[in-house]
Ligand binder design. Structure first.
Ligand code: GSH
Length: 287
């Protein structure tokens, strides 16, 4: 019953994505935009000063800004909210993005203590507002696995890509390469970033209950995902659904690193990953 995404929808979108090239949440959002062939301008945010985000109270990436023909803007925050909001627009008769974003209200938990941080969450993050009650089995499954990507899968990445000092250096080489920093900044980012994340990741390993050998947690997650896909080409059937795009997008942020290569070798996720990549790169969902 989903109305197909049309070229008329596409023509009303003038989007700017504020991002870090290798942030898993940004990769997840891009996999969605690219699969549907939705065009967007990219503003690469400089991660230390983040001047590019000055316009925004929300201080994380990705942020997606829609500008209408008259120049008024709608700001969308949080990768999963953005995917749900655009999916709502694309698959229903609701075309007013300004209205649609109000379906995902912000919940702010004030900071505790001097060094605490304010926590910002969005309600209904995984809900596509179809304007009808009830959800099909396929819709429930898609939602459940999108949730899993944010709650489980992403947390397995840092302890894996910064597992050892040499892997942390490899990861930071890759990050600074992809982020087009200048030469000096590359060196600083590589050594300080790698050292910092190596130690942070030891904490994250505990916080998110990874196994002693952190690779095993990543393999478990990949196997769990492949078991859920089963003998389908994609979880979405003949085409990826939002869960396929989310799992692919998050994993694409570490493609080429040891953690990724080990996972492809030790599990059966490789062929599904390549199929999904092809669908995304070829904009298989475009109108
Ligand atoms: N729930 C958010 C989403 O899905 O978009 C998470 C976004 C997020 O944590 N982004 C990181 C960030 O901007 C970059 S990977 N962190 C900066 C900060 O937390 O201040």
């Amino acid at each position: 019953t989903h109305r197909a995404y049309t070229s008329e929808d596409a023509s009303t979108l003038r989007l700017t994505l504020y991002q870090y090239q290798v942030c898993p949440f940004c990769c997840k959002l891009r996999s969605f935009l690219d699969f549907y062939g939705i065009k967007y301008h990219i503003v690469e945010v400089e991660p230390v000063m983040r001047k590019e985000l000055k316009f925004s109270d929300y201080r994380k990436v990705p942020i997606l800004v829609q500008e209408d023909a008259k120049g008024s803007t709608i700001q969308m925050n949080d990768s999963s909210v953005i995917v749900s909001a655009l999916s709502t627009m694309m698959s229903t008769d609701q075309k007013d993005l300004g209205q649609i974003v109000t379906y995902y209200p912000k919940i702010v938990t004030p900071k505790k203590g001097l060094f605490g941080r304010e926590k910002v969450e969005y309600l209904n993050r995984y809900d596509i507002m179809l304007g009808k009650p009830g959800r099909s089995k396929a819709e429930k499954e898609e939602k459940q696995w999108r949730h899993w990507v944010d709650d489980v899968l992403v947390h397995y990445l840092p302890p894996n890509i910064y597992r050892t000092p040499s892997e942390a250096l490899q990861a930071f080489d890759y990050i600074s390469e992809m982020s087009q920093y200048g030469a000096i900044k590359k060196i600083f980012s590589k050594y300080f970033g790698a050292a910092g994340m190596y130690f942070v990741s030891i904490k994250l390993k505990k916080k998110y209950n990874l196994k002693e050998d952190v690779r095993q947690s990543l393999y478990d997650a990949s196997r769990e995902w492949m078991a859920a896909v089963g003998d389908r080409e994609f979880m979405g059937g003949a085409q990826p659904n939002l869960a396929d795009l989310a799992v692919y997008g998050v994993l694409s942020s570490i493609e080429g690193l040891d953690a990724f290569n080990d996972t492809v070798r030790e599990t059966t996720i490789g062929p599904w990953y390549q199929r999904t990549k092809k669908a995304v790169m070829s904009h298989a969902g475009s109108p």
